[in-house]
Design a protein around this ligand. Structure first.
Ligand SMILES: [Zn+2]
Ligand SMILES: [Zn+2]
Length: 257
């Protein structure tokens, strides 16, 4: 094949690819999608991308729960309000709410959103939020703030999943949002291999307020992230808002790790 023919063949391949992509888009609408967890058929209810069997595995957190991170207390409830996850956290935020446990379909939906740019997962996640009794009251009159990504990471990934979650939850629960309030100034290394003290040191100065953005210190802010693991990132963000004089900073996560 000479170069002209090779070029024509490439153009043809591109056209076929485009036609296939278009077809896939049409198919998505015409036929039910598959379950994000097991790949089985989904009929669209109660969630558009989770089958009935997998939906029953979602653990929505209910009372009694830890008031700091939202982790459920199983079995015996003692008089304390903090759980083992955050008894040593020294939280700079007041209250924390985790919608669900970070496992099964919830983890699959968040990973699809975070690592595969699956925007369709947002609809499922915000519908799950509607099952969390009392969440509407918790969000009332608050301003939702996403945990920011560093500019380099944002360029790499192309989007901040926490921001997408804030926009989606904000729409569903009719909340005010402050998308560009916080800025990640230091590109901290992945926190998983560090102990608590090292994490704290890494994150201490990693966040700031975006210049030219006003903080309304009398308002209540809720920091939003996909998952609560150690709480140290959320804590560092809360510190920044508290230093600006914000009286009440709370936290919301989709799942508790
Ligand atoms: Zn399934
Ligand atoms: Zn806790």
């Amino acid at each position: 094949m000479d170069s002209v023919h090779i070029e024509l063949a490439v153009i043809e391949m591109n056209l076929i690819q485009k036609a296939l992509n278009f077809g896939a888009g049409v198919l998505d609408v015409a036929f039910p999608s598959s379950c994000v967890s097991c790949g089985g058929m989904v009929d669209g209810a109660p969630l558009p991308h989770v089958c009935d069997r997998c939906f029953s595995k979602i653990h929505i957190v209910e009372d009694p729960r830890c008031l700091t991170c939202g982790y459920p207390f199983f079995g015996e409830v003692e008089s304390h309000t903090d759980c083992q996850h955050c008894s040593r956290l020294n939280p700079r935020f007041y209250r924390g709410w985790s919608i669900s446990l970070f496992r099964g379909p919830i983890r699959d939906l968040v990973y699809a959103l975070k690592y595969e740019n699956a925007r369709w997962a947002l609809d499922d996640l915000s519908r799950v939020a509607e099952y969390a009794e009392g969440l509407g009251d918790y969000l009332e009159d608050a301003i939702l703030v996403p945990v920011p990504l560093h500019a380099r990471k944002l360029r790499e990934r192309g989007y901040n999943q926490s921001e997408l979650i804030v926009r989606e939850i904000g729409k569903r629960f009719n909340c005010e949002t402050a998308i560009n309030l916080l800025k990640r100034t230091i590109d901290t290394p992945s926190q998983t291999q560090f102990n608590r003290k090292e994490r704290y040191r890494n994150l201490r100065n990693a966040f700031s307020i975006e210049p030219n953005v006003a903080v309304e210190s009398k308002k209540r802010y809720i920091l939003v992230d996909d998952v609560f693991t150690t709480g140290s990132t959320l804590n560092a963000c809360a510190s920044v808002l508290r230093k600006e004089g914000v009286k009440q900073v709370d936290v919301l996560t989709i799942g508790h790790g």
